[in-house]
Design a protein around this ligand. Structure first.
Ligand code: B12
Ligand code: SF4
Length: 474
């Protein structure tokens, strides 16, 4: 199993994905070796060495990201994955299966680009076992969730379903050198559920995780955390669920279990929705050891929220802000700038929100433009507005930005209008020096989350001249 992701911005991400699939293969009786390319100085050499020494019969390739989703400085990761694939094909006759979030979004296009024949859409646990157990490639290509390049688009791209009770424990520490990640940020990921039943205009998560919630048994999630604490130095965990506070009731079950088991860890969540957030949930999060969270309203303007089909309005965003503002939880507020209907007035509402609600313990993360993916409402809208061509397969980064504004004007409005220095622009998170600051912060035991030091990091970037072109223009 090869995890190809080498991106370290805005932080390196532990390959939980490939570990989960590797563990399923192990449990099915396969002898599995795991190669994580993230910190390899020479990734192609590492692949060549592993192929030679292990001589695998089958190779799983995990592709997390297609690109960096950065309109201002787009970068596709696929060329480096293609180099890995070419090397493997030159040195091995192993059966190859590619999977991961990026692959699930555009499986046929990825297969064409990588010149591979089989991909998994969605969860890999069962599909990989079925694929590598199949007696021949024809049978392997029929496994649920597997998409073939040849034979045209005969397989429908629905994520392979996994029953709620079908989750295995990923046993991350058995596959990944967690210490290398913990040296860069002392937090490990954990996933409590999969899927999302919402229908936001631009979102791909349904293609990756499915459109219904499948929750793991809270006891099993806590078992995983406790076991990871026994085998690693991790004492903080990040819930990487698509939405932490949905479906209704799950957050309570999970955090009550954390409290019942008296787990001595800290927690954060990578995506909380303002929708339906209650004071009781905020109190429970504090009691269970949550210290920070990422909240994803994407806009504070009603017209933009409606256009994005977020399912909540600006009143709900303000209400969530008041609840979190009164709590001890640090919140990173995420906004997408340039969404449909975005103009100076709607952006002005977001600026007013940032000034009013992003307090000294908080920060805001700004992504300029929205990546367009096939099969989304945003793609249909972009086609209608003529900002993408019908023959564009969207494999390479392609973005929507409201015709009523420009990225430069939006940046100017934000930087002039927001009175505090707690704005983090996606494009500034890619500066190389941030990786060094991260390591120093971890080594000296700076409290997490590291985004709380954004304004100091911005100062360092300015001093070293490493801020993005967009920042320099201001
Ligand atoms: C949480 C998250 C983050 C967190 C990560 C926190 C952490 N501690 O890990 C943060 C906010 C830091 C983050 C950052 C980024 N992210 Co992100 N992130 C996610 C999210 C929501 C979940 C990822 C996750 O951990 N899932 C849990 C694991 C278990 O699931 P999985 O990876 O999908 O793996 C399963 C299957 O894919 C499959 N599988 C995986 N590998 C393999 C291999 C084989 C052989 C097989 C058969 C199957 C298989 O089986 C696995 C188990 O069922 C996804 C969206 C999503 N719903 O997937 C986006 C997502 C992966 N991110 C994305 C992107 C772009 C990024 C950034 C580049 C954004 C940016 N410019 O900053 C960075 C990159 C960071 C990095 N170093 O790689 C994109 C990737 C697609 C794309 N457009 O390229 C996604 C899909 C969101 C989107 N826009 O659609 N992210
Ligand atoms: S709530 Fe989040 S995960 Fe669900 S569809 Fe909307 S953006 Fe996607």
């Amino acid at each position: 199993m090869i995890s190809t992701n080498r991106e370290t911005a805005p932080q390196p991400t532990v390959p939980l994905r490939a570990a989960w699939v590797a563990e399923s293969l192990r449990l099915a009786g396969f002898h599995v070796q795991f190669l994580d390319l993230c910190f390899q100085p020479d990734p192609l050499r590492a692949v060549a060495d592993a192929v030679k020494s292990f001589a695998p019969d089958g190779i799983g390739i995990s592709v997390r990201n297609l690109d960096n989703c950065n309109l201002l400085d787009p970068k596709s990761y696929l060329p480096e994955v293609r180099d890995v694939v070419r090397l493997i094909k030159a040195r091995s006759d192993a059966r190859i299966l590619v999977g991961g979030a990026g692959v699930s979004i555009l499986p046929h296009q990825v297969l064409e680009y990588l010149e591979l024949d089989h991909a998994v859409v969605g969860e890999g646990e069962r599909a990989a076992v079925g694929f590598f157990s199949a007696p021949d490639l024809d049978v392997a290509g029929e496994v649920a969730g597997v998409v073939c390049r040849t034979g045209a688009q005969r397989q429908v791209c629905h994520p392979a379903p996994i029953a709620a009770e079908g989750f295995v424990t990923p046993r991350l520490h058995g596959w990944v050198d967690a210490g290398r990640y913990l040296a860069r940020e002392p937090v490990l990921p954990v996933q409590g559920k999969r899927g999302c039943a919402q229908h936001c205009l631009y979102c791909t998560y349904r293609m990756i995780e499915g459109s219904s919630w499948r929750v793991r048994e809270p006891g099993a999630v806590v078992d995983e955390i406790v076991e990871t604490m026994c085998h690693t130095s991790a004492r903080e965990f990040e819930f990487v669920d698509s939405i932490f506070n949905e479906p209704e009731g799950y957050l309570e079950l999970l955090l009550e279990e954390v409290l019942r088991r008296e787990v001595q860890a800290r927690f954060c969540a990578s995506s909380l929705s303002p929708k339906g957030l209650t004071a009781a949930q905020v109190r429970l999060m504090e009691r269970a050891g949550m210290t920070s969270l990422v909240i994803t309203p994407e806009s504070a303007a009603g017209a933009t929220l409606a256009a994005l089909q977020k399912g909540f309005d600006e009143d709900e965003v303000n209400r969530a802000a008041e609840l979190l503002g009164r709590s001890r939880l640090r919140a990173l507020w995420c906004f997408l700038v340039g969404a449909p209907q975005e103009d100076e007035e709607t952006l002005g509402q977001t600026v007013a929100f940032l000034n009013r609600h992003v307090g000294s313990k908080d920060a805001a993360f700004i992504t300029t433009g929205i990546r367009i993916y096939p099969g989304t409402g945003l793609h249909r809208l972009a086609l209608g507005e003529g900002c993408v061509r019908p023959d564009d397969d969207l494999l390479m980064p392609s973005f929507y930005f409201s015709p009523k504004l420009t990225p430069e004007r939006a940046r100017g409005l934000l930087d002039c209008g927001v009175v505090h220095a707690r704005l983090i622009h996606l494009t500034d998170t890619q500066a190389p020096v941030l990786g060094t600051l991260r390591r120093i912060g971890t080594a000296v035991g700076l409290p997490t989350p590291f985004w709380r030091y954004a304004r100091y990091a911005t100062g360092v970037l300015r001093w070293r001249g490493e801020e993005s072109a967009a920042t320099r223009r201001q």
